[in-house]
Design a protein around this ligand. Structure first.
Ligand code: COA
Length: 260
């Protein structure tokens, strides 16, 4: 598939999706959201893709938010549709993807950009990254899950402050808040992501998908995470990966997982 607003690269079991509108600081317009949806779903159904890395093109921004020029004249109904379609098509899809998604936050990650990074399973940032949810400065609130995911990740008081003040935090503060797992110089960001992806790749992709489901269940209304864990744990015993993993351990050799 040919994309206009993103780049899609595959190498060595890892698909890297790069949002590619650098002159607009990679702002998310409708086309980008749709292309990201397509690329994530394609990567998820590609058996060779074990990990997905999401980043922004250029040195300045991961994503500077939803594209303000697209919704400046919207009414309430259009606003609700924008939020719902975005959540359904992209943000919830990324969070619940069965393939691990790492966000490489390489610069400004604001509004929808931070919301997208927070939908990923975990995040790394470069030292120049700046993160925030500035929507109230536009007379809005975050609409792509930001009020929920920021609160889950950094706690209610910090999320309230960040949202109410519309201010940006730097990478070090994001690290201290637990919003990102590592902060590294920009040139080391993708290499660090690839190193983590390589570690993930060596494990059972089936077990990893089950773990994503179980962890996410804790944040899903009406779901009991412990019950989901019991069920997913049981399913693992029925896989070839389980047989291979335990046999390899007992035979003192490295596992060769097939994802079956
Ligand atoms: N939507 C649409 N366009 C955006 C954008 C967004 N969220 N963020 C940046 N851009 C565009 C700018 O309009 C500008 O386009 P132009 O050159 O055609 O005028 C281009 O990207 C570069 O941005 P600019 O503002 O000139 O860069 P800067 O270095 O001065 O400032 C930011 C960087 C990130 C501080 C600033 O762009 C900004 O505040 N962006 C909006 C952030 C925001 O409110 N996001 C939440 C949206 S809900």
């Amino acid at each position: 598939m040919n994309y206009n607003t993103i780049l899609n690269d595959f190498s060595n079991g890892i698909t890297t999706i790069t949002i590619n509108r650098p002159t607009k600081l990679n702002a998310l317009n409708k086309a980008t959201i749709f292309e990201l949806h397509t690329a994530f779903k394609a990567a998820e159904s590609d058996v060779d893709t074990k990990v997905i890395i999401l980043t922004g093109s250029g040195e300045k921004a991961f994503v500077a938010g939803a594209d303000i020029s697209e919704f400046a004249d919207f009414d309430g109904e259009e606003g609700r549709a924008l939020s719902k379609e975005g959540q359904d098509l992209l943000f919830d899809v990324v969070e619940n993807l069965s393939t691990p998604v790492i966000a490489a936050v390489n610069g400004f990650s604001l509004g929808g950009g931070l919301e997208l990074a927070m939908s990923a399973h975990f995040r790394l940032a470069s030292t120049n990254a700046r993160m925030g949810l500035p929507e109230v400065s536009l007379g809005l609130i975050p609409g792509y899950g930001g009020t929920q995911r920021l609160t889950q990740l950094i706690g209610k008081g910090r999320a309230m402050e960040l949202i109410m003040t519309a201010s940006m935090i730097d990478a070090e503060k994001a690290l201290a808040y637990g919003l990102v797992n590592y902060v590294v110089p920009q040139e080391e960001l993708l290499p660090k992501c690839y190193a983590l992806a390589d570690k993930i790749k060596s494990n059972s992709s089936l077990a990893i998908s089950a773990a994503i489901k179980a962890v996410n269940a804790n944040y899903t209304d009406g779901m009991n995470g412990y019950d989901v864990e019991i069920s997913e744990f049981g399913k693992c015993f029925e896989t070839e990966d389980f047989e291979e993993g335990t046999t390899a351990f007992l035979e003192k050799r490295k596992s060769k997982f097939t994802g079956r």
